[in-house]
Design a protein around this ligand. Sequence first.
Ligand SMILES: C[S@@+](CC[C@H](N)C(=O)[O-])C[C@H]1O[C@@H](n2cnc3c(N)ncnc32)[C@H](O)[C@@H]1O
Length: 212
Amino acid sequence: MGIYENHIFPVIMDIALAGVKEDRRELIGQASGKTLEIGMGSGVNLPFYTNAVSKVVGLEPCAAVVETAKRRLAAWDAKGALQTAAGSFEFHVGGSEQLPFEDHTFDTVIACLVFCTIPDAKSAATEMYRVLRPGGKLLFYEHVCSPDVWMSRIQRLVNPFWKIFACGCHLHRDTEFLFQEAGFDFQTIRRYRNERMSPPFAAWMIRGEATK
Ligand SMILES: C[S@@+](CC[C@H](N)C(=O)[O-])C[C@H]1O[C@@H](n2cnc3c(N)ncnc32)[C@H](O)[C@@H]1O
């Protein structure tokens, strides 16, 4: 991975996604027990975990980005900005297609703006299902393919260029189908266009909760 992927794009992303901070807070605030966040990036969600979590395992394939997350955690801790003890967080470098955890390990798994980017998203969904305990919850917040025929065509047209700029992000993933296929049972799902997401052609979202 180069300077762009390691250092520049994560900053662009944090700026571009500043408008969805409250959505993040709401999603992450529902996590409880032993929690896994895949593709956690530079740790932007860390301050939103409440003391309902017993442990948070953050997984991210880019080692330099994991280091940034560790530095941010220490800085937030020093400022008293964390809602749960800094010692509850553990970081792993790795992709989510093969998770290094036993079956039924987690009470909560989080997929936040990550299924767009995972190269083998089907395997990642299957793995998330495997490591979740029966009755455990998947909390998701993902941008997906537009249900509008013309917009989905635009997404497909723009995608080859967008993928280069956005480090592998796909604009038209059907993540709802992937979760369903992996075995998840949707408890709540909202499909909508989020005005606060940028760019506008990545604004079609699914968010909610599914269980195993
Ligand atoms: C759009 S960023 C989102 C980061 C963070 N989840 C957030 O909410 O801001 C996508 C993230 O997915 C990570 N990623 C890429 N390939 C992955 C994989 N195979 N498994 C898990 N995460 C991956 C990227 O490194 C990047 O941090």
